[in-house]
Design a protein around this ligand. Structure first.
Ligand SMILES: Nc1nc2c(ncn2[C@@H]2O[C@H](COP(=O)(O)OP(=O)(O)O)[C@@H](O)[C@H]2O)c(=O)[nH]1
Ligand SMILES: [Mg+2]
Length: 250
């Protein structure tokens, strides 16, 4: 049996987290049954001591959810949260695969099984993609938001030399830990949202087989987005650092 750990970063998700963790739990139970005991799932919430009490809600739910784990740390950004989560998942929870997912219903828990389905097809990096045929971003996104997401993606794909990946900033993905453990996570230059591009680039460098499956990304209805200007700046800097690395290594 293979262990899949779904790593769920949270910062001020008190309004979403209980219902969300219940829905994810239902989705993984269905998936475990459908896959006939091939996979066992655990949930790992990585909370940056959210002042709104997200951690307390998770601790209460742990009393009834033996598959629910929690780590808490100082606030250092989304990338650092994933790095702490991946390390804990591999060292303490015996993860064979990790899944990244937002904790605000932007990603549909029912799509978890579609990511997992690609393991048997030999894929080691499965992306829930907004930019392949059948994938969607919300209809109500304004011009600026669409430009930011779509062209940010095009920019990163070309600069990082991974233009064959249509959605390299998606936050809904499955990674094979055989490859992931070869990456020096402590020295990854990505503390914010740029983590998504950096870890994808590092996994591809180590031979990841990438598959994109279409997903519909929906806007959160509760709580606020935490994407900051600082994240956008780090993303641009890291893109050019990758470009520099590629050019100097040829
Ligand atoms: N632990 C932790 N989680 C974060 C941080 N920033 C964002 N998140 C979580 O990461 C997920 C995605 O963030 P969100 O603000 O929804 O990003 P958006 O969907 O791009 O607007 C959500 O579950 C957030 O609570 C952070 O600094 N630390
Ligand atoms: Mg979100």
């Amino acid at each position: 049996m293979k262990n899949i750990v779904i790593v769920l970063p949270t910062y001020n998700e008190a309004e979403n987290c209980e219902l969300f963790l219940r829905e994810v739990t239902e989705a993984i139970k269905n998936c475990e049954q459908e896959q006939d005991g091939l996979y066992s799932f655990k949930l790992l919430v990585v909370d940056d001591y959210s002042p709104d009490g997200t951690g307390d809600i998770v601790r209460r739910l742990q009393n009834e959810m033996p598959h629910l784990h929690l780590i808490q740390k100082q606030k250092e950004g989304l990338g650092k949260a994933y790095i702490a989560g991946f390390k804990h998942a591999m060292k303490e929870l015996d993860a064979d695969y990790v899944i990244e997912m937002d904790s605000d219903f932007s990603h549909n828990p029912k799509d978890i099984r579609r990511l997992v389905d690609e393991i048997k097809n030999g894929f080691t990096f499965v992306i829930g993609s907004r930019y392949v045929a059948g994938g969607r971003i919300p209809d109500n996104w304004g011009y600026l938001r669409v430009m930011n997401s779509k062209y940010g993606n095009v920019f990163a794909r070309h600069i990082a030399g991974i233009s064959f990946v249509r959605d390299c900033t998606s936050g809904f993905r499955l990674l094979d830990c055989e490859l992931l453990k070869k990456i020096d996570l402590d020295n990854l230059r990505a503390s914010g949202y740029s983590f998504q591009m950096n870890i994808l680039y590092e996994m591809i460098k180590r031979g990841a087989q990438v598959k994109e499956i279409p997903i519909s990304f929906v806007d959160r209805t509760l709580g606020k987005s935490k994407l900051s200007k600082r994240d956008v700046i780090e993303f641009m800097i890291n893109s050019f650092q990758i470009l520099f690395e590629r050019l100097t290594k040829k």
